[in-house]
Design a protein around this ligand. Structure first.
Ligand code: PGA
Length: 236
């Protein structure tokens, strides 16, 4: 499978950011990887329309585990799919910190799969857990608890201490963790790395065995830097 280079815009975006799809298409027309942008929910529909025919996929950053109903403020997976989303990021550490449990991530992932979205399920250890030598069992427990029973999905390994900090895991740590995740889940899902991926470290990280792509926050807000990361990706 080609690598997946995914932009997580988090709570950043204005109406005119829809134009960034065209900018990215112009900068990366010959991309060998899959490209994905996950904007805030209100931009999903307009961005999916703008992305038509470009080969760029649009995704969401979360969805509800419920079907439509009395869930104020939540967004239904089926509605995101109808708007043109193809992926949904689930269990990001910024949501897990806010109280999102493995069980809830799993229920969301199953709802997403049933609605035609491909979940990108995030896992990752805290700095204290890495320093205590428990990073791998912590991530294995998150995988056991949050992956859907059925359907296609991808995983993003994002060490919490590397997100938005400018610190990245070493290539050796990434190789070790991605091998452990692969042993745990078997063949199938891509295992993306995330956490301070930038144009200057992307080729190194994307070249590590079992790294199936990158989930990019800060460096995905400007299309020039995100395009450089896209160009660092490999076809398979
Ligand atoms: P970052 O964010 O690239 O800004 O570290 C990554 C993420 O949170 O997905």
């Amino acid at each position: 499978m080609p690598q997946l280079i995914a932009a997580n815009w988090k709570m950043n975006g204005r109406l005119d950011w829809v134009d960034k799809v065209g900018e990215l298409a112009a900068l990366t027309g010959e991309a060998v990887c899959e490209r994905l942008i996950c904007p805030p929910h209100p931009l999903v529909g307009a961005m999916a329309r703008a992305a038509q025919g470009s080969g760029i996929a649009i995704g969401a950053q979360d969805c509800s585990e419920h079907e439509a109903g009395a869930h104020t403020g939540e967004t239904e997976a089926a509605l995101l799919a109808a708007l043109g989303a193809r992926y949904v990021i689930l269990g990001h550490s910024e949501r897990r910190t806010g109280g999102e449990t493995d069980d809830r991530v799993k229920a969301k992932a199953e709802r997403a799969v049933g609605s035609g979205l491909r979940p990108l399920v995030c896992v990752g250890e805290s700095l204290a857990e890495r320093e205590a030598g428990t990073a791998i069992p912590v991530v294995e427990a998150q995988l056991s608890g949050s992956l859907p029973q059925q359907g296609d999905y991808d995983i993003a390994y994002e060490p919490v201490w590397a997100i938005g900090t400018g610190r990245t895991a070493t290539a050796r740590d990434v190789a070790e963790m991605h091998a452990a995740i692969r042993r745990h889940v078997g063949v199938g899902p891509r295992i993306l790395y995330g956490g301070s991926v930038k144009p200057d470290n992307a080729a190194l990280l994307l070249g590590v065995p079992e790294v199936g792509g990158a989930l990019v926050g800060g460096a995905s807000l400007e299309m020039e830097s995100f395009a450089q990361i896209v160009h660092a990706a490999k076809a398979d």
